[in-house]
Design a protein around this ligand. Sequence first.
Ligand code: UGA
Length: 430
Amino acid sequence: MKIGIMGTGRVGLPTGVGFAALGHAVVCVDKDIAMLERLQAGKIPWVEAGLEELLRSQMGRMRFTIDAKELCGADVVLLAVPTPSRPGSDASDLSFIRQAVGEVSAAMPCPAVLAIKSTVPVGTGDVLQAKLRRKNSKLAVVSFPEFFCEGTAVRDFFSPSRLVVGVEQEWAREVMDHLLRPFADRCPLLFVSRRTAELVKHASNAFLAMKVHYANEMADLCEKTGASGADVLQAIGLDPRIGNQFLRPGPGYGGSCFPKDCRALAAMGRRWKVPLRLVRATIAGNEARLKAMVRRILSTVQTIPCPRIALLGLAFKGGTADCRESPMLAIAEGLIANGVDITVFDAAADGAKNLSMVRVRHAVDATDAATGADVVVIGTEDFYQLDLGKIRAVVRTAQIVDLRNVLDADRAKCFGFFYLPIGEKPPPNG
Ligand code: UGA
């Protein structure tokens, strides 16, 4: 089949490369010429395990262009443009979607499937389909939400937990069925109504965010009561009705999806007059958590005049350089607002540049960041192999606040650190 991709970002590109690897001819359209040139040269401007290698092996089947007219003749065009929060509102900004749909319909006079991969509010497909019909377009709008995670996009593309397709026309269903046939024996393939598929995406992300927030709340309770957060969460996760994933407590959830999608779902609730109290409580709880993490870090240096704090890891999770809505950026800003000097290190994260430069030093590595520090804060899972001997030799005060629980508590203590993980009663300090 000929597949078109509108938007070569973190969703569009892995999808396009994945379908090329399944033997399809793929045309990728984007507005960013510099990005297209890099992709054409087999380079990916962000961190995504295995994607660059796969892209290079599929160059023969892929084209990169700024011109949407090259989509002409495609059987399916997958729309993967961003849907950020609307400025000053929680609702999704659909302007990129509208523009992309306009370009695709102008380029494609023949019947084809226009599958929306971007996360959109329920009912968006209906509005787009009605608009296309008024323009006599022969495109069938399908909702085909994406569930892969940053950092594991390639693996998730080839081994999805499920594929959900929201479709209203039988011929469009047949086209999608043909496209997705290679997955039929790998995962459940659900054909549902377009509105259903749209809502599945928001409902899924908000549920996972809620689960993470629940783990964080239980971790807080464990710290106060002396129960072990790690053991409580492991034990509840062993119940298959609960499941052990997304129960790792941390600094709060972040990224380009959970925060925005929870807010958009809450906005949908307001629009349709359904209270969605759990979703709203999750949003408020996560925001409060970021402030609590700032207090937690400050509590370790409250008796130290002019304390120095080292933050290791600024991305919204390990295995990525993405700092969008990263809890660690919010925590860094919170520390700076409290008048503290911080040193930051993240090998890959370019989002560090967004931090106001006053009171921030950018270190070249973890040891450099820790030099002279009164507390070292672990912000992402990437620091699980931190050389504690090296760090101990350079810090001013031996304290570690581990917001990801990646270090071994006994080992940290052996090196003489006061070690504060999430979910365990703090040891006496001193
Ligand atoms: C999320 C969803 O997991 C994907 O299924 C979805 O396709 C994607 O959004 C999207 O909408 O495009 P992603 O944003 O890559 O994927 O990140 P996650 O791995 O889900 O993590 C989100 C946040 O939750 C991170 O800040 C992470 O550190 C945090 N988290 C996750 C925890 O604190 N604890 C956990 O146990 C799991």
